[in-house]
Ligand binder design. Sequence first.
Ligand code: NOJ
Length: 558
Amino acid sequence: MIDKKWWQEEVIYQIYPRSFYDENGDGIGDIKGIIKKLDYLKELGITMIWICPIYKSPMVDNGYDISDYLGINKEFGTMNDLDQLLIKAEQLDIKVMLDLVINHTSDEHIWFQEGINNPDSPYRDYYIFKDSVDGKEPNNWRSIFGGSVWEKVPNEEKYYMHVFDKKQPDLNFENPKLRNEIYNMINTWLDKGLAGFRIDSITFLKKDQNFESLKSDGNDGLVTCKYKTRNQPGIEVFLNELKEKTFNKYDCITVGEAPGVRYDELSEFIGEDGYFSMIFDFKYADIDVESGSDWFKRTNWTTKEFKDLLFNSQNEIQKVGWGANFIENHDQPRAISKFITDESYQNFIGGSALALMYFFLRGTPFIYQGQELGMTNFQRQSINEFNDISSVDNYYRSIDEGFTEEEALQFVNLRSRDNTRTPFPWDNTKNGGFTNGTPWLSLTEYYPSTNALDEVNNTNSLFNFYKKMIEIRTFSKYKDILTFGTFQEVENVSENIISYYRQNNNEKLQVIINLSNQSNQINVEKNDFKVIMHNYEKVVNNNQIINLKPYEAILIEL
Ligand code: NOJ
């Protein structure tokens, strides 16, 4: 068990800068836009923001392809804008966390340019170059965004490796010089006064050095590269060194995007001397698909299965460290569309049930922009309407695997990362008040009825529900128990009820969620419980039996 840390008390709001607020009218959100909207975030009550990448980038993967780690991409503004943001945020008592992408760079990064154009350059060993085998790719690994992980080097019988897109070549962490450059870069940013980092794809740093082909798992003859590039033995050496040379010198927060970590390895990642403060656990977030990147492998999940995954995650994390709780991010569809299977409840009721369900779990809660408004997925009619590269890949892979174009489009509509990347609807005017220009990605069709201005002013909105939850977790007398109290599953309840206790020595709170469109009942320990929050007009009980309406959600003190 870890000691108390300041970052356990935070409520973190994730900003996708391209889509937050466009201050200069070019259709793309920017840093000045974030500055303008900090007051909105203060009103909501969050204590920290995480901004997705704003570094120089050709934007093939919307900033997760960095061409200069120490520069700001023009479309977002300047370093001066960022400095202004840090100042204003500090005045409002909001901490700022940036995204750190060190598994790969853009192919337009100067290191890669030097490395690919000159075989004798020391920068060639900053990346992974291999000889071709029988005139072909070195092996049959499939990249996360589709196609081979190998891209041919012009005029040479060599290939370079990319776990993600071909414009995102992987860095070679086996090279100590490269590692040192990365550490210096990280320390330069931390010296600027950042609160810390969300760390991208960090379990991909170590590659199996055999580079052997494996048995194919698809009609393309390839096999997912995850088996040999994700969380491989030896990664602990890199992650320990990374921590020692950078994060440990600062009192910063580090949130690892660390897919592929088994629960029996959690203490190495998030224990007292772990590599990170916390990591995201995707095991329950991806319940609707068999494997995170193959969207055509859909599942018929049940609430019971979801609850088991969620609670297992909480229990395993509680044994060793601290969690990062989320239901949405820029790689996931909207939570209401994913988890509320009855469309007639994809509204305030469904949104507030999910909110109460995850927000009071043990761990630091993350809110993704627009989640607090109850945004839902969109329906696009053609693959040409998508921006996200993995949507395009998944569409063609689905067809390759024998699905019709219609089915392929349906998978993409359900799962596309663009679902959460649509511009933020500030009000009901043209383009939802996001921009005066032409938005880089079209807004959801329903912004006239779901937007920030209306919700801030409506006391019964989801925005105000989130505001109340934040207030309770951060500023009320329940702060201590909701932050540091233990998590315990409430057992022997209906399969469709997700219920847990948060408790410390002398207090006990209970969260009750009926995650289904059927009425239900739950028996609680006392009949003189106090209702702290709920999402229907009133809680109906007969002594210790609470009658639950569809998707009813309640927080009580026992
Ligand atoms: C995970 C990020 O969240 C995602 O948006 C990105 O495409 C990949 N890593 C590659 O950096």
